[in-house]
Design a protein around this ligand. Structure first.
Ligand code: ASP
Length: 342
C-alpha cells in the first residue's frame, strides 16, 4: 500500500485564521493545534497534515521579506519530510509573497500552495473552508508517486494560479485574484481540471535551490499625467535606491519630455536598475512600438514584458540580493526564471 502524502500547513496570519469569540463577538486568531477539531472535514482528506504556525500571526499588510525568509526556512528544513506545503496567508499581499517565494525556492519539486480567504474560517458564509481543503488536496496530487505541482501556486475561489502571475483585484468578491497574462493552471468544479501542459516541471536530478537575500532598496513608481519634475528627480536621486519598477502607460509608454528621460538616464548611469512594467491590468510592455517608449529602450530601461508589478518588485529584490554583475542584470531580468513572464 502506498504511503499517504504528508502535507505541512504553515499559518502566517490573515483573515483565514480568525474565529469569532461567541462571548464577545470579536474576531481572534485561531489556535492551530485545534485545526482538525475545528475543521473535521480535513480528516476526510487522503493525506496526513501537520501544522506550523508563526509565533505571532500577522495581518499580511505587515508582511516583510524577513517573513519570506522564515517561510523559506520552514520549507527548507522540512523539505524532505513532507510531500507538499500549504501556506495560509492574508490575501492583501499574498501575490507579493507567492512571487517572492517563487524566486527564493527555485527548481522546486514539491508544491507550495498559498491560500487565504475573504471571510474568517469561523464565519457562517466563509470561503475559507473550500480554499483550505482544496489547497491541501492540490498539494497531495501525485503522478507516478511524484508531486504533480512543482512550483509556487496560489489557490483561491476554485482556481489554481501560478503564484508569480497573480494580482489581487477585489477587496470584496470571493473571486479576489486574477492572473492577467497566464491561464489558471487548474480549476475546481465537479471535477478538478488541471491544465498539465502549463505546469512547470523540474529535473529530479537537480536539487531545489534556496535564496534568502532580498534587497529592499527598491521602489515602485506609477506614472500619471502631470508628474512633477522636482519630485520625480528627488526620488531617483535617493542615494540608496538600487532598483525601480516604473509603472508606465499601455505597452510601456512614458512622457517624451526632455527632463524625464534625462533624469532616468542620469540615475541609470549611476547604477539604478529601472524596470518598465505596464500599469494596464493585462498585456505586455513593448518598448519601441511607440515613439513614447523608443528612447527608454535606447537608454537601456529593462523590459518587464508581461510581468505583474508584484513579481517585478520581488524579482528586483531577488536579483539585487544576488549581486548580479551590472552588465548582466538586464538580460537576466528579461528572462523568465520560474514562469513569471512569457
Ligand atoms: N487584511 C487581511 C490580510 O491580508 C485580509 C485577508 O486576510 O484577506 O492579512
Amino acid at each position: 500500500m502506498s504511503k499517504k502524502p504528508a502535507i505541512l500547513l504553515i499559518y502566517t496570519g490573515g483573515t483565514i485564521g480568525m474565529v469569532k469569540d461567541f462571548s464577545t463577538g470579536a474576531l481572534k486568531a485561531f489556535n492551530f493545534d485545534q485545526l482538525l477539531e475545528r475543521i473535521p472535514e480535513l480528516n476526510l482528506l487522503d493525506c496526513t497534515i501537520a501544522t506550523y504556525s508563526f509565533e505571532t500571526p500577522i495581518d499580511s499588510s505587515d508582511m516583510h521579506p524577513e517573513h519570506w525568509v522564515s517561510m523559506v526556512n520552514i520549507i527548507e528544513s522540512n523539505y524532505d519530510t513532507y510531500d507538499g506545503f500549504v501556506i495560509l496567508h492574508g490575501s492583501d499581499t499574498m501575490s507579493y509573497s507567492a512571487s517572492a517565494l517563487s524566486f527564493m525556492l527555485q527548481n522546486l519539486q514539491k508544491p507550495v500552495i498559498f491560500t487565504g480567504s475573504q471571510l474568517p474560517i469561523g464565519d457562517l458564509r466563509t470561503d475559507a473552508k473550500e480554499n483550505l481543503i482544496t489547497a491541501i488536496q492540490v498539494a497531495t496530487f501525485q503522478k507516478n508517486s511524484v508531486p504533480l505541482i512543482q512550483e509556487v501556486c496560489l489557490y483561491f475561489e476554485y482556481k489554481l494560479y501560478r503564484g508569480n502571475r497573480t494580482t489581487k483585484v477585489s477587496a470584496e468578491l470571493f473571486n479576489a485574484f486574477t492572473s492577467p497574462n497566464e491561464l489558471h493552471l487548474a480549476e475546481s468544479g465537479v471535477h478538478f481540471k488541471i491544465n498539465e501542459s502549463l505546469l512547470l516541471k523540474h529535473r529530479p536530478e537537480e536539487k531545489c535551490r534556496v535564496y534568502k537575500n532580498m534587497d529592499t532598496r527598491v521602489m515602485i513608481l506609477k506614472l500619471f499625467p502631470g508628474i512633477n519634475q522636482e519630485i520625480f528627480e528627488s526620488i531617483l536621486n535617493i542615494a540608496s535606491l538600487k532598483g525601480l519598477v516604473l509603472e508606465t502607460y499601455g505597452s510601456g509608454n512614458a512622457p517624451t519630455e526632455k527632463w524625464f528621460l534625462a533624469c532616468l538616464k542620469k540615475a541609470m548611469d549611476q547604477g539604478l536598475k529601472v524596470v518598465n512594467v505596464t500599469q494596464c491590468s493585462g498585456g505586455s510592455v513593448n518598448m519601441g512600438q511607440y515613439e513614447t517608449s523608443t528612447e527608454m529602450k535606447e537608454i537601456g530601461v529593462i523590459s518587464g514584458k508581461d510581468i505583474t508589478t508584484e513579481a517585478a518588485i520581488t524579482k528586483l529584490m531577488y536579483l539585487l540580493g544576488q549581486q548580479v554583475p551590472s552588465n548582466e542584470f538586464k538580460d537576466l531580468f528579461e528572462q523568465s526564471i520560474c514562469g513569471e513572464m512569457t
